[in-house]
Design a protein around this ligand. Sequence first.
Ligand code: ZN
Length: 491
Amino acid sequence: MDKKEVFILFNEHLGRGYSIYEKSFKTKGNFALFMVKGNKKKELVLTSKTDDKKGFDVIKKDKIKDYYFHFCELSHKNADTLKKIFPNLNPIPCLNKASFGTGDRLGITTPGHLRAFDNSKLFPFLAQQSVRENERTRRTWKDVLNDVVWGIFQEGYEGEFGADADHIKEEKDLLEAIAEGFTMFTIDPSDHVRELSKLSENQKNEIYQEILKKHNVNKYLEKTYKIDGKILNFDEKTLRDAAVVYFDAIEHVEKMYKVVKKKVKMFDFEISVDETETPTSPLFHIFIVEELRRRNVEFQNLALRFVGDWQKGIDYIGDIEEFRKEIKIHSEIARNFGGYKLSLHSGSDKFSVYKYFSESTEGFFHVKTAGTSYLEAIKIIAIHSPELYRKIHKFALKVFNKDKASYHVTTDLSKIPDIDLLKNQELPKLFEIDSVRQLIHITYGSVLNARNEKGEYLFRDNLYKIMFDYEEEYYDSIARHIGKHLELLGY
Ligand SMILES: [Zn+2]
């Protein structure tokens, strides 16, 4: 199959209303595949000198000279067929490499992410979505994975990638992610984490007595830990508190681990306790790891709740020097206990601390970003469809207070300028204001799902349409924006 010949034939005879994604061209045996962009949607084109559909669902067919051209929808079934032909389109476990996850709430960002990773040595988790994000965007694990597959194919990428089923709390969601072929499982046991501030001393003691009946965690009192040149020991109260906060949570993690272990041969496993009230102290970190080890839970990543304020879509808030000291100790603990990766959640836009995170972990880490790509998308809307942006913005203001409930943010809506007083060309500048970033960041679910009385989407279809028309500009902005993250992390 000669690429040039195929493209010339296609453009001359079928090309009206279509443009070819040239990088997508792939051959296999006696046929070739490539992706095209029509006026409203993208399609996969299968071409060969035989009338064989190779297992794809075909919507229309043409024959030009000796060549058959089969047009196929970007459906799940066709993605599955494509994955069988090109195994590199399947995610694989990352295991012991430094890595970076790029969530994509809209499912259209993978080509931009790939351009950001160009020349980077980080292992990319191109598919990464949390259960919460799936609920809010009404997407499934399968949607998430297949959107990535089409993005990879479009961009012609042949490297490796992982798929992270993020913030899983329930076994049901875990089983679904396993069935869909995800390669990383991030268990969020926060429903089983106890907050010390909500318990009296008596309650803590009672809970601790119950824990001691299950396992003699007391034995950690006898151990000393040499971390970063200092000796760390549990005293009774710290040990009790650590057990009260994390014991049940880790029991839950163990249960979830066994579920995966039974079904998947090789996988990445992460434990995330980042969404808790109080920062994870070094001794609490040690307790978690001791307990995981005792239960033979093999894990690649651990996401702690680090000091400072890790809000969505904006830079780190807090004492950078304090973070630097803490992260140094946590990194040392991770190395002492066998060298797993510390995982940084809410990693979007934390430009002021990446350097220290990268330094202290010696470049061995995992970072997760997600909402920042959505922000870049809405910025494209603000540039190319100011009317739509204004509607989204006003709608977001209405739903913000309800939507922020499950997020930790301190957004001050009074800092957001009155949009009616701004000219169209001033709208993109709004994204420099933290409060606007969070306003947009947090309301994505409501915005994407809002409908009128007739049941039509208020914004969703228009939003996707604009993004479709300006996708190249979007990819470039993502490449720059995520690229800046990678650069500061030293990759
Ligand atoms: Zn998280």
